[in-house]
Structure formats: C-alpha cells, structure tokens
Write a protein that binds this ligand. Structure first.
Ligand SMILES: Nc1ncnc2c1ncn2[C@@H]1O[C@H](COP(=O)(O)OP(=O)(O)O)[C@@H](O)[C@H]1O
Ligand SMILES: O=C(CO)[C@H](O)[C@H](O)COP(=O)(O)O
Length: 506
C-alpha cells in the first residue's frame, strides 16, 4: 500500500490538501493566540499538538524569512525580518504514532508549521531553510520522492559488517566510520540489497538526509544536500578544496591518500549536488507556492543539521565559545582554530566560515527526562532541587544501551540506579549525570586538539529553560553557562534562509 505522502508525490504533490486547510489561521496581533482550530482534512486526519503561535505585534520590514527545525520530538518554525527580529515562532509535535511512518509525520509537521504562519507573512517570505537531525538517512526514488525504505534515524547504529566496510573506505578517525554515520546506513542498505531492485525496476534510488527530503517538498529538487549534513556521509570539509569553490560532486575522502568512496557501487545513491548551508538551492515549486501562499520568488536555501543551526542562532563568533544543544539529545559545538576528528570518541569537525566547529553528539539528554517526567513535573520538581548539594548518584543517563560521544560505544549501558524515593533527588541525579557527560565532552574536544579550551557555553533546546540545571552544568564544566539569546535552532535556519534569499536576489 502506497503511503499517503507517496500518493501525493506521484502527480500533483499537493492536490489532496482541502481548500479549507489553506485558510490562514486567525490570529490576534501582539499576543500568543489561543491554539488554532485543528486543520481538517485527509492529510492530517488527526490533530497535531495544539501549536501555540506568538505573533509579534511589530511587523518587520516587508520581507520575511522562514527557518524550520526538525528535531527528535518535534518541529519548530521561526520567521524573521531583515533585521533578524522574530515575527512568528510556532511549533508542533510529530504525533503519538510518528514512529509508524516518520516521513509522513515530518511532512505533516512541515505543512502544519508553514500553514500556522499568517498568510500575510507567508506572502512576503523570500527565503526558507531547514535543519534536521544529523545522519537521519532516507532512501527515496528521486523521480517521485517515494520512500524505498523506512528512514534510519540519527542514533540508529548499523552492524559490524557495515562499520567494517566503512573503515576500509574512510580514514579510521573519520566520523563516517561511526556505526551511526550516514555512510554506514548507505552501506547497510547496500549489504541488505535494499536499493538494487529499485534500480533494476527503472527507478532512481537515492539517499537524502531528513532536511534534504523536507526541502524537496518545497522545491521538488531531490538531488541536493548540504555540506554539514554530508559530513557523516564522507564528504570532505571544503577546507581541503579551495575554500571558495564548492566541493567536488563526488564525496571525496582522503583514504590512504586515495579517494575510493566515489568508486563504490553504492556511490550512485549519493546526492550529486552538495551546496553550502545558506546558499541558494532552488526557488519554491509552483505547487508549493500555490499551496502555501508563498511568492514564486521565494528561495529555498541549503540546510544544515539541528545542532549547527542552534550554533548559528546563538550568534557566537570567538574560538572557545561553544553551544550545547540540550534537547532530546546532547550535542556540543565549539568554535576552534584547529580541527579535531576521532571517530573512536565520536568527535568530528564541521567547517564554519574560516573556523572549525568541533563537537559531537551524545545519546544522553532530555529524552531520558521524558521517560520519567512530563515537562510540567520537571518545573515542579526543579523547585525542590538545590544545585549546591550534589546527590553523588553518578548516573550515566541513557534511554537505551548505546552511546556516540564522548565515547563511541554502541553497547554502553544506561546507569540510572539506585533510584531515590524522592523524585526531586532522582531528577537532580539525572541533571548531574548529563552535566558530567557534557563536561567530559568539552574535555575530550580539548584532549583531541581543539583550541582553545572552552571559555563559555551557550545553551539551546528545551533544557535551556532550566536555570538550576544550567547552574549544575556550569559547576561541572567550570565555565559560565548562558541561555542563548535565540535558543531555537529554527532561528539559525531563518538566518540561513535570509542569507540564501539575499545571495539569490542580489
Ligand atoms: N524545564 C525543563 N527542564 C529541563 N528539561 C526540559 C524542560 N522543559 C523541557 N525539557 C526537555 O527538553 C526536551 C525537548 O527539547 P527540544 O529542544 O524540543 O528537543 P528536540 O528538538 O531534540 O526533540 C525534552 O526532552 C524535555 O525533557
Ligand atoms: O543528536 C542529534 C539529534 O538531535 C543531532 O542531530 C546530531 O547528532 C548532531 O550532529 P551534528 O554534530 O552533525 O550537527
């Protein structure tokens, strides 16, 4: 049975949207509106979580730019004006049954987010950019966008055979050799014979990252990815090429001084175009412009990963400054004057301007909290926490076995016992456990050559809201821990959207 969004892609990708769903959502200016009515229609069938919209009273100049962040538990959209003032912030979750069909859940979220933006602002939107979770891999038919296999999420660890093959191709320290890398996921599809039948049937099987596929719903280009998402596929950061020129179309890895990745049979699955985050990719398609009420001059920009978008949002620029994305997971990024890469510890370097963004992502984070507490309970229990009185419970908080960083161990066990009778004590133990992992993460970066040592940490993501957790983290890391002025990755993607629009239109 074709999935709903596959049907939609066969011909007019948007014809199923009932006109009633296109009505702009009534909003009171200047204050958070009551949650909008559920948007009826076949697409959603069920009600996405009540999305709250804060529609700033002030309207920016006549041009708007939209950033969207597709995280682990939900998606967010931020619209800004030319000066970077926030015009709209909105969010929605993926729904209780998202795991049954991730692609359909992400597509619903994309539709929900954009349609929650007032039509008056959508009509002025000249740029859109998206970020997604890194190494979330999708196998699609490039001619239709239809899924050829279930997506493999960012933290899905591939088996020993795939890892061994990746290590034959890539340098042992490269992040593409990690069991959760995109390269290992492509090799997994290759070893399992998932893509070959589609090619023999005349289809065009290809890999897209989550952000690439979502962007293709807007510009219908299923051949393009960005430098940041492509790192874990084996793309060489552009510093090895002339910084000004785009990377070579094939994914070049310096493997024993020979580039062998593009010689592999499965290299045919790699997106042929790799562009810089925030560079113009394509104009929105006529169907998307009509469906969303976007101008046909609206540019979709190169995307990035969620933790890099959070870094861009924080607006930090000095080596030693760092951003911790404390969402469902813990991802750290520090500006460094030098590269640091070691897959054995889950450490890798992205390129950002003329600096290196050194970091990694742990499987610890807020998802562990959600296993035990609702967000309201977190607020209530946090009241009873005293950061000055450590619990010394020495937890290693994970939702299930497996860790990526600061140690890369797919079999690492969670450590969350003994559980005290007092939930506030238990919660503080989890906060401390995550803080100790974060401190170890920054120490690992320095040990592997990142320069200078971390000087201050800005926090993005849901955990940034907790000042007591920030105090616990500051004590563990030994530097100030601040809340990013713009703490949502979607703001960073909006900056990339603005950049893409300006590059295209000037
Ligand atoms: N007050 C709070 N204190 C600590 N953690 C919180 C608080 N509110 C939300 N969180 C955590 O934030 C996480 C969600 O953050 P978010 O950035 O939306 O994650 P993601 O996009 O990675 O799914 C949840 O796992 C939740 O436990
Ligand atoms: O863990 C994640 C899920 O939120 C991050 O997406 C990811 O692992 C961070 O990767 P990168 O460092 O490439 O941005």
């Amino acid at each position: 049975m074709l999935l709903r969004h596959q049907i939609a892609h066969i011909d007019n990708p948007l014809k199923h949207i009932p006109k009633s769903a296109l009505a702009s959502v009534p909003l009171q200016k200047g204050k958070c509106s009551a949650p909008p009515p559920a948007i009826p229609g076949r697409w959603w069938g069920r009600q996405a979580k009540q999305a709250a919209i804060c529609f700033a009273a002030k309207m920016g100049k006549d041009t708007a730019y939209l950033g969207m962040d597709f995280g682990t538990s939900g998606a967010r959209a931020t619209m800004i004006d030319d000066e970077g003032q926030v015009l709209v912030d909105t969010e929605c979750d993926y729904g209780a049954k998202a795991e049954e069909d991730w692609a359909a859940a992400w597509e619903r979220a994309l539709n929900e987010l954009i349609l929650q933006v007032p039509s008056t602002l959508r009509s002025r939107c000249q740029g859109i950019a998206l970020d997604g979770t890194s190494a979330t891999a999708m196998l699609v038919d490039r001619s239709t966008g239809a899924q050829l296999a279930a997506p493999l999420l960012y933290n899905a660890a591939m088996g020993d055979k795939a890892v061994a093959m990746a290590k034959e191709i890539a340098p042992p320290s490269h992040t593409a050799t990690a069991s959760t890398s995109t390269l290992c996921k492509v090799i997994h599809w290759h070893l399992e014979g998932v893509w070959q039948p589609a090619q023999q049937a005349g289809k065009q099987p290809g890999l897209l990252h989550q952000a690439d596929w979502l962007a293709s719903l807007l510009h219908a280009d299923r051949m393009v990815t960005d430098w940041n998402n492509a790192l874990k596929l084996g793309l060489l950061p552009p510093c090895f090429l002339h910084a000004s020129s785009p990377p070579a179309p094939h994914y070049c890895l310096l493997s024993h001084m020979h580039c062998t990745l593009h010689l592999q049979a499965f290299a045919t699955l790699f997106p042929p175009r790799v562009i810089a985050p925030g560079s113009p990719s394509s104009l929105v398609s006529p169907q998307a412009a009509a469906h969303f009420g976007l101008p046909d001059t609206c540019v979709v920009g190169g995307g990035t990963t969620d933790s890099i978008a959070a870094f861009v949002a924080a607006g930090v620029s000095e080596p030693g400054q760092a951003v911790t994305s404390l969402g469902s997971t813990l991802a750290v990024k520090m500006l460094s004057t030098t590269r640091a890469d070691d897959a054995a510890f889950g450490v890798y370097s992205h390129r950002l301007g003329d600096s290196w963004l050194v970091g990694g992502a742990s499987n610890t984070g807020g998802a562990v909290l959600r296993q035990y507490f609702t967000d309201d309970q977190l607020i209530e229990l946090t009241e009873r926490i005293d950061p000055q009185k450590p619990t010394r419970l020495d937890y290693y908080p994970l939702t299930k076995p497996g860790e990526r960083f600061p140690v890369n161990d797919p079999s690492m066990q969670p450590r969350l016992a003994p559980r005290p009778a007092d939930d506030a004590h238990f919660l503080q133990g989890i906060f401390e456990g995550v803080a100790n992992i974060e401190a170890g993460a920054y120490e690992q970066l320095h040990r592997l050559g990142a320069q200078p040592k971390v000087t201050e940490v800005h926090t993005a993501g849901g955990g940034a809201a907790n000042d007591k957790w920030s105090a616990i983290r500051a004590a563990a890391i030994g530097v100030p821990v601040l809340k990013s002025v713009h703490g949502q990755a979607s703001y960073g993607s909006a900056i990339l959207a603005r950049q893409a629009a300006k590059q295209y239109h000037h």
